[in-house]
Design a protein around this ligand. Sequence first.
Ligand code: GDG
Length: 483
Amino acid sequence: MGKTIIISNRLPVQLQISNESITAIPSVGGLATGMKSVHSGGDSLWIGWSGLTDEEIPQELAPKIDEALAEHGSSKVKLTSAEVDGFYYGFSNRTIWPLFHYFLEYSEFELASWDIYKKVNQKFADAILEKATDDDTIWVHDYQLMLVPQMVREKRPDISIGFFLHIPFPSYEIFRTMPWRKEVLSGLLGADLIGFHTYDYERHFLSSVRRLLGLDVSFNDIYLDDRTIKVDSFPMGIDYKKFSDAAKEHAQRSEEQKSELQKRLDTHKKSTPDAKFFLSIDRLDYSKGIAKRLNAFEYFLNKYPQYKEKVRLIILAVPSRSNVPQYQLLKKEIDELVGRINGELSTVSWTPIWYFYRSMPFENLIDLYTTCDIAWLTPIRDGMNLVAKEYIATRTDKTGVLILSEMAGSANEMNESILINPNNFEQIADALNQAITMPKAEQQNRNSILQKRLERYNVEKWANDFMTSLRNQKEGNTTYVSR
Ligand code: GDG
């Protein structure tokens, strides 16, 4: 059996150059976090963009960069800054991302960025073709690389290719608005197996294939020439053990070993023992509904004024795609909302919102997960949402309440949390009240069911299921062709 080639826009590490030295920083984000445990497990190579444009890499450092990446089992695709602009900030994040998250009004349809998207997808495909042998298995990830499967298939008709989409696949009515809808579908159909987080995304995709390409679809098989393409759902799990072990270790820490953040959190908890901490962690992205959550928080405090000075909302918003105008506007909106709400409601001893606009080290993430009583994760649309799963995994004593949006893919597997519609402020306010007053036994009961499920269906199982299904599909296809 050959090696596994993972291919995604970003590598598991991002490189930074300062004073001729190169530092590799682990990438933050759902895909990077999830695939890391798969990548470190066996014979695999990860191909992607290093995070540095050609213009940012001094020529004399290029070999060192390749060495640094090789140490992390990675190999880079070279991109110029114009390519990154058109492909990543352009078509990927101004066309596909908003469209697939149902933000139709944000989607731009520009021929020039579509052309760059095609060109850059070809670069990724070429990078695979250069490294792959026929018995390798190629696993292509996410919306930035939807044309890659077909580009590889054209040159290597027999190689095994899987594709996984980490974001929602929208309904046909939304998807059909894209001018290059048929090309995108044909690009994906170069794969043997196409995976989604949920059955709904799978259904939307199959419906688009049937209606736009007129292909023969039976149950979840698509028939194309002499190949059968399988479409299936694989809800992505987390590295459960990593999070629960980190939480157990965290609980053992002495006062001196605690982080500054933890000490600060402890001080506040001690000064108001019946206070409740709400936690909100997301990349700063309009699909995550952070601005709506802030407005809902204000609504909640007006509806339940008894909680003033008793609750605190901790928001960690991780900087993301700050070159895209929608993200800059959102940042401004959130800054203003936090300022206004804190300005209007704060008292001498109480600041209702603590707002961090940065990425935090893993250790601080664990501080927040383990200390906050309520995780409030209410995206407007989200492929899965791993933060919800991570929060539950760190609750070693099984207390804590998760309030989760119905619009997150993870809601399908997390029925024991409090599920809400992120647009319904009345329901959210009541959910927060329910969470605050929920008896400990009920919290533990709900979380122990959730924990068992998350522990069983972890990220390793997710990757294994996908790879097994890809292998079976490939074998089926080979038999079919030779018949
Ligand atoms: C996409 C889809 C889908 C966050 N802040 C910090 C930090 N994180 C880590 C979390 C978590 C990951 O980033 C975020 O994952 P999500 O799933 O919540 O969201 P996206 O980044 O939008 O991911 C999403 C995912 O892909 C997987 O398919 O679930 O729907 O949009 O793992 O822990 N990590 C550190 N510091 C932070 O400040 N160290």
